[in-house]
Design a protein around this ligand. Structure first.
Ligand code: SF4
Length: 326
């Protein structure tokens, strides 16, 4: 591992100023992804700014929202009474995301900002436009079994690895950000980028910006919800495909729906057309199948991931059935 400086910030303003002063610095909180990346030579920040002491770990109700501090631990959020009562979809996604050990280290902010698990990104002997812009993409003609079927480019076909982010995308969360130019809020859907010509840039965060919290509307998606994750082994692994499904039912009629997929794109993949296809329809297998067909429009597979074209719609149907029955 490269040598690096380590400093600890005790106030958000000091952390932001420290990062803004040094373009080669990185924030570190749980470190569950960043330290792996540093040990393997994928990232080599010259300074780590430890933000674990910042007062950003509260989970509280605020004006029609549940606000979750960026430094709240994944395990604490998944077990929080308010989250279990109001946002069970988020709790399910967090519990599906990682082992208890990781959940007790990883933070909400870090979970959003974790980097792809594309094996070529981690192998410094292989070309990777995300790790080293302009070197090519090892996965395009390589073993692309885990890779994207939506929103990819000819520069990168990686997928975002976070389960939590799929639930937050489905639930219309808002990201709260502080930076050198002040505070701002963005819809969760605008946090992560598609790869385009610049796959090395994962998010729309500006230089020196810090995620301070995420807000999720305290809406009626608290009962008929299901997070379905399909992975290669029953113990913890990243999603081949995942689906966050939430329904509001009036008897057996769907009043409103939220749907997003993971493991299929460079960002959590919200399925708004499929949501519209569900609203006003009876909650039946036929309705769910039609919505899944809508959801998969535009999907395109590579040599080794064609199975996702079947696994995707089947997972959507199953997640919706489970949500309706919840
Ligand atoms: Fe790198 Fe993206 Fe290609 Fe993977 S898919 S090798 S992360 S450029």
């Amino acid at each position: 591992m490269n040598q690096f400086q380590y400093v600890r910030a005790s106030k958000p303003k000091a952390a932001i100023e420290a990062l803004a002063r040094d373009p080669n610095a990185q924030f570190i909180a749980g470190g569950t992804n960043l330290l792996d990346l540093m040990k393997r030579g994928v990232m080599a920040p010259q300074k780590l700014i430890d933000i674990n002491k910042l007062p950003l770990d509260k989970i509280e109700r605020q004006e029609g929202n549940i606000r979750i501090g960026a430094l709240a631990l994944n395990g604490a959020v998944a077990e929080d009474k308010l989250v279990l009562e109001k946002l069970p979809l988020l709790a399910q996604a967090l519990n599906a995301g990682a082992s208890a050990q990781l959940r007790n280290m990883a933070t909400v902010g870090g979970n959003m900002l974790q980097r792809t698990r594309c094996p070529y990104f981690y192998d410094t002997a292989m070309p990777c436009n995300k790790r080293e812009p302009g070197t090519g993409c090892g996965a395009l003609e390589g073993f692309n079994r885990m890779h994207a079927i939506f929103g990819f480019s000819d520069k990168c076909i990686a997928v975002h690895p976070s389960d939590m982010s799929v639930a937050l995308a489905a639930l219309d969360a808002t990201v709260l950000i502080s930076g050198p130019k002040g505070d701002r809020r963005i819809p969760f859907a605008e946090l992560h980028r598609l790869p385009g010509d610049q796959p090395h840039i994962d998010t729309t965060l500006g230089a020196g910006e810090l995620i301070t919290a995420v807000e999720v509307p305290d809406n009626a998606f608290s009962r008929h919800v299901h997070y379905l994750k399909v992975r290669e082994r029953a113990s913890y692994a990243f999603a081949l495909v995942s689906v966050a499904a939430a329904l509001q039912l009036d008897g057996s009629t769907i009043k409103d729906a939220r749907l997003a997929m993971g493991g299929v794109a460079h960002k959590p993949w919200r399925l708004t057309d499929a949501e519209k296809a569900l609203v006003g329809k009876p909650a039946t297998d036929e309705t769910f199948r039609q919505a899944a067909e809508v959801a998969m429009r535009g999907a395109k597979a590579f040599k080794h991931n064609a199975y996702k074209l079947k696994l995707g719609p089947n997972s959507i149907v199953q997640a919706l059935k489970n949500a309706a029955a919840a």
